[in-house]
Ligand binder design. Sequence first.
Ligand SMILES: [Fe+2]
Ligand SMILES: [Fe+2]
Length: 466
Amino acid sequence: MLTRLAFFLTLGLSAATWAVAAPPGVPPSTEAPAAKPKDKPSAVAPALTDLPRRIVLGWTGDPAHTMSVTWRTKGPSPAAKGQVATFKADPAELKPLSEPAATYSQADLGGGKSAHQHRVTFQGLSPDTSYWYRVGEGDSWSEWTTFRTASDKPEPFKFIYFGDAQNSIRSLWTRTVQQAFLAAPDARFMVHAGDLVAEGWDDALWGEWVQGQGFVASRIPSLPCPGNHDEHLPKDAPAGAGPSTVHPIWHGMFTLPQNGPKDAPELVDGAWYLDYQGVRFISLDANPYTEEAFDAAVKSRIAAKQVQWLEGVLGSNPNRWTIVIHHQPLYSAGKDRDYPELRAALLPLYDKYHVDLVLQGHDHIYGRTRKLAGGKTVGDGQPGTVYAISVSGPKAYELNPMNVALMAITRLHTQMYQVITVAPDRLDFEAFSITGEPVDRFELRKSKAGASTLVDQHQRSLAAAR
Ligand SMILES: [Fe+2]
Ligand SMILES: [Fe+2]
């Protein structure tokens, strides 16, 4: 052992000596080694902490012709901008098509710290097209990364749906994101049904939320709706004052459609809708119907405005499919939970306008209902809605016996992700555990008249197994 150790020590010393001195008898060269133009010495590269970070994609509007990017820098970075380029393999062709300047926002993190947040929106993009993009300025640029625009027609596409991440985000939730990305690398966006972090006013947790995704948030847009843990009362608010709101970090980090209820600033970036290839996605802030932190007068004002807005958005939907996202469930699967006020506000509209699917979180459990209308199970071909609850993080609750009869399937103590594929006449919903185990699967088949029929593959596989 000693001999072997001595050999490696000698070899290491020899190599080090060779690197700094010319061989004996040979004069030292006076020429500097030829530098390749693109090989910049690492000593002058910016520190990693100075580079753009927390890069997140999203949309304010038309997903077929625009894409927005947000990121953060250590300082104000006054010349920050984005670059977008055609999707070619030859690096010599990596020439920016446009370089929009970033808009800047600053969030007070307390303790004398600020978040320096930037946003660009690439405009005039072609539908159904991949691009390279990066963000930064001077010597401080992000990696070149890719995104894809939506088709401007109702063509098939996939998206990923996550329930609450919330706890141990960087250490344990990251497993869910990795596995979901590997299962659906071509997903067009990720829906987050609230409680993305345990405390929405804690900036460090938002750092974990992006870091825990690796590069995924920089190449697949994020569409979140707020949960109760994402909202909070401002620190200087008097006791009992409302409403709770998302932190300015949320507004700076996520780019979401600005088409929510008018005259309700509390619902900005919480209530929005987006039309994507034949589907109207509607996000609601369910907190005003469930949280006691709201002042009663404010609560009823916000709740009423959101319902009024929702009716308009449902009634004017030109798409064949409607998917609604909110955090607290209409039919809770978690023990000791029930939200009658939420049901009273939303159920009449879901039934009236035949919402196809509702994506929810909050219960830290997986639960998917049969087809329901008026709070009762209906036939698979009858008008009605399927409600899903899921969880992507490690926190787990026990089952609520109250709504078991409405559930087609439940799964406890399991980190999950869902891949949903939508075509003009068919929606395929697949739920997986983070080991890749298929847990649930159903289809909704759309007729020309607009009605859908549920084909429950989970029930079929259970029947076949008996
Ligand atoms: Fe939660
Ligand atoms: Fe929650």
